[in-house]
Design a protein around this ligand. Structure first.
Ligand code: ZN
Length: 259
């Protein structure tokens, strides 16, 4: 084990209010493509980005039909949590996970076993559907059943409005209460773990300087450099499914051996 891991593992061990901030990098290892990263679908194919822009979605029924086809085939329905997700479950079970802020919409943290009340989904969730007119919400699978039964662009059954996954598309405002909750948690942390996020999407990336100025240590685990690396106390590179369990389990092992 190199020195960086040793020291970071001690910080995890000493912490009592860890806030984890997760991004696409933890989910790509479960087979869910990164839409925004350098190799992302939207980066390589700007046309695909149109499907995720709320203005085209509202204006063009063809965009909605294609979007529903993509939702039916979304990899999230088959994906399984990986060792990185499970490490965050074990961190919660040790009583030290204060909040799990995620940019991911796939729900894999809850599938892995983290408590729903710990998870703050800043970009929403694909597991729910919302009506853009009356704000009705319901489970995604029930609406996907309507698509599979032949409705290409299912309308809200309450008001006839346009339905969409409860995710934040381009051109759509973030939910202020959700962002506030994430930033509040960051300021209450004694350790912030940024995991698999390139930290270039705002305002979520502000969690790093907020946590830091409130006195927390910051550890960044990501495959690529991020704009926040310079203010982090430790930067660890590698596959999340390998390095995160090492970080958390090493600290567990020390807990047990010192008990
Ligand atoms: Zn409605």
């Amino acid at each position: 084990m190199d020195n960086g891991f040793e020291i970071a593992g001690e910080w995890v061990e000493q912490s009592r209010r860890v806030v984890a901030l997760t991004g696409a990098g933890i989910s790509t290892e479960s087979g869910i493509p990164d839409f925004r990263g350098p190799q992302g679908l939207w980066t390589r194919n700007p046309k695909a980005e149109k499907l995720s822009d709320i203005r085209y979605y509202i204006a063009d029924p063809e965009v909605r039909r294609l979007s529903w086809q993509q939702r039916v085939a979304h990899p999230a329905w088959q994906a399984k949590p990986n060792a990185g997700h499970l490490a965050l479950v074990s961190l919660e079970q040790s009583g030290r996970l204060h909040a799990l802020v995620t940019q991911n919409i796939d729900g894999l943290h809850q599938v892995a076993g983290n408590s729903p009340e710990k998870v703050v989904e800043v970009h929403g969730t694909i597991h729910q559907v919302v009506c853009l007119r009356c704000d009705w919400r319901g489970p995604m699978q029930a609406t996907l059943d309507r698509v599979r039964a032949g409705e290409e662009d299912p309308a809200c059954r309450s008001c006839g409005g346009i339905l969409k996954s409860a995710t934040i598309s381009f051109g759509q405002a973030l939910v202020p209460e959700v962002i506030d909750r994430a930033m509040q948690a960051a300021q209450e942390a004694d350790l912030l773990l940024a995991i698999g996020t390139n930290l270039n999407v705002y305002p979520v990336a502000n969690a790093i300087p907020l946590a830091k100025s409130a006195g927390a240590r910051v550890i960044i685990l990501n495959a690529e450099p991020t704009p926040m690396d310079a203010i982090a106390d430790s930067v660890l590179r590698g596959m999340i499914g390998e390095i995160l369990p090492r970080l958390v389990q090493n600290s567990h092992a020390r807990h047990i051996s010192s008990a």
